[in-house]
Design a protein around this ligand. Structure first.
Ligand SMILES: [Zn+2]
Length: 458
């Protein structure tokens, strides 16, 4: 029997192609899918209704989609707070090289819990630190995502260009080329689900031009295409990276990525701050996607990504938290606001981005760059029931007339309910799927353990 949930009396921003909104509307969820969305109350003849939610005072949106993160960094928040990217990496690599299964599992729980209670229903984790003898880190990350109940893409990262090869990471923190490729393939075989509505997918994700070899990029791209999975990496994040690429490869990052097979509709890249007009044209021509991470770019003084220029030529853009060592809040809903504000400080000023545009980036745009726009990212019949009810009738928002402006420009809105595949995972701002207080304790313990081990081996 189909089990239906009716949600009514709320404002709805569907984020469909026409940007359809309802000042007061209804949604019907049937099992794991959205069956109907429309104005006014739901039809009275809907059958097999197991739950009816009066969502007065709320805004319903698609669940937020986070397109870039590093869960393990949950244990190293608040360190190297006045550094640029390269100095920050050099300060943190020796600590990160000491992570183990227990630490990474706790960090993944913390990262996932924080995002879920703020309206994220789909996320990625770009994990690229695999110290020798660290155990099955991919396995514990996937387990944490399943337990919290968030839709998930594990971007299996890697680094094989240590200091002795002119790279940035210390030699003890990198894998071999063959080892990284074999482990990535094994992770795809173990966890990637290509079916509609999949809860777990895997992408091939060498870390960055300054931490991986040209061969790993090239062979990683071949592996991803042979397996039919997506490709992810960091690109054009800082002026230092641009300089590194010019010195080592004789070209800028985008040309280097193109020469190694790393532009295409199946690729999304984090940051893309330092892009020339030609770089942006190459992304548009190839359909390469971008994960825009405004808070992290500000925290590491990387610069302002040219989001309005990317959107103007049709580049798919989603939003990203980035790792919490460079964005301690670990939330995505505040990135809506930050994306709008930071882009308005750029050359397009007030015309840079609007509230509805950033909501689109945080939902449909994210679904697009993860290759899942047929399944999620908007509230439309036939799509998966991944959605959020934001509370808009408290002191923080009740006097803001436009609910989308309230969500984007106002204080972080409380999440009354969040659904993934029609299953509720958050109620009144608290996780239903896990014990937040227990996670808070275990992440604190593991952060201290990591600090202790790193100090004793320094
Ligand atoms: Zn990153």
């Amino acid at each position: 029997m189909t089990r239906r949930t009716v949600i009514e009396n709320c404002a709805i921003a569907t984020v469909d192609a026409d940007g359809t909104e309802y000042a007061s509307g209804h949604l019907v969820l049937a099992d794991d899918r959205i069956e109907a969305v429309g104005a006014g109350r739901a039809p009275r003849d809907v059958e097999n209704v197991v739950r009816r939610i009066d969502a007065s005072g709320h805004l319903a949106t698609p669940g937020l989609v986070n397109t870039h993160h590093h869960f393990y960094q949950w244990l190293t928040r608040g360190l190297a707070t006045d550094h640029n990217l390269f100095d920050w990496l050099v300060a943190l690599y020796p600590v990160w090289a000491r992570i183990d299964e227990e630490m990474v599992y706790a960090a993944a729980q913390g990262s996932l819990a924080m995002m879920a209670r703020g309206g994220v229903t789909t996320t990625t984790d770009h994990h690229y630190v695999f110290p020798r003898g660290c155990g099955d880190l991919s396995g514990v990350i996937v387990r944490a995502a399943r337990e919290i109940g968030v839709r998930f893409t594990l971007a299996r990262g890697s680094m094989d260009r240590g200091e002795k090869d002119g790279g940035l990471p210390p030699d003890f923190a990198v894998e071999s080329l063959e080892g990284a490729l074999a482990a990535t393939e094994a992770t795809i075989d173990a966890h990637h689900d290509a079916s509609f509505g999949a809860m777990t997918q895997v992408a091939v994700a060498p870390c960055s031009p300054f931490s991986v070899s040209t061969e790993l990029l090239r062979e990683g791209a071949e592996l991803a295409r042979r397996k039919g999975v997506r490709l992810h990496t960091h690109g054009s994040e800082t002026v230092e990276e641009e300089k590194f690429c010019r010195e080592l490869f004789g070209m800028g990052p985008t040309a280097y990525f193109e020469s190694t097979g790393w532009l295409g509709e199946d690729v999304w890249m984090a940051h893309c701050v330092h892009m020339t007009d030609d770089d942006i044209a190459a992304f548009a021509r190839t359909g390469t996607g971008v994960a825009h991470c405004p808070s992290s770019n500000a925290r590491l003084a990387a610069g302002i990504a040219r989001v309005p220029d990317l959107l103007a030529v049709g580049v798919p853009v989603g939003l990203g938290v980035d790792g919490t060592a460079s964005n301690e809040s670990g939330e995505l809903h505040t990135e809506l606001r930050n994306a709008l504000l930071i882009n308005r400080l750029g050359p397009h000023r007030e015309a840079a981005l609007g509230a509805r545009q950033v909501l689109r980036l945080g939902t449909h745009g994210g679904a697009q760059v993860l290759g899942r726009a047929r399944e999620i990212g908007s509230l439309e019949p036939g799509k998966l029931a991944d959605l959020v009810l934001w509370r808009m009738d408290t002191l923080a928002h009740s006097s803001i007339a436009d609910p989308v402006a309230a969500l984007v420009l106002g204080a972080p809105a409380p999440v009354t309910a969040s659904f993934v595949n029609g299953r509720q995972i958050v109620e009144d701002g608290r996780l239903l799927s896990a014990d937040e207080d227990a996670i808070a304790r275990s992440t604190r313990e593991q952060a201290r353990r990591l600090a202790r081990i790193a100090a004793s081996t320094a």
